[in-house]
Design a protein around this ligand. Sequence first.
Ligand code: CU
Length: 193
Amino acid sequence: MTVPSIARARPAGRGARMAGLALAAVFAFWAGDAAHAADAASKAAGSASAPILILDPWVRPTLGQVPSSAAYMIISNRGRAEDVLVSLATPASRKATLHESLMQGGVMRMRPVRGGLRIPAGKTVKLAPGGLHVMLMGLTRTLRPGETIALTLRFEKAGPVTVRVPVRKSARRAGDHGHGMGRDLDRAMRGSH
Ligand SMILES: [Cu+2]
């Protein structure tokens, strides 16, 4: 009577371990510091067949008690059709929205971009300080230089694209900028195979 129950217990135990591993992977991914999960996702996102490519992403470190931050990047559409960035999400903040900064009466203000951000076919759109940026509101953790967060950009056609975004105080200097971009492009062109 006990033998069959032990026999049955084995696969169940294995199944439970597998479920545990799967759960851990999901949790690690949403926790945002799982370099592998985000890395795997960004590799898939940057594969040779993917029309949307995210280059040089970075996010500002938390400033004192300020509960918000901004992220920047270059979005490249190598496809033959226009795509639209419709929404953003990150485990690092409760809200992630697209903003644009503009001068109004000599004062720098920012406002949400409505209706999504169009990325025309074959074009590149730059999110940079003083212009378009991803506004992270309600930070769920402190962002320290050297860390990374996962950011998911959802496109109308390409769907969700998840990238690993390093926390840094400023963009790469113009000198290494082209360099880094070339390296990223190289990697993307080589694809995952
Ligand atoms: Cu903003």
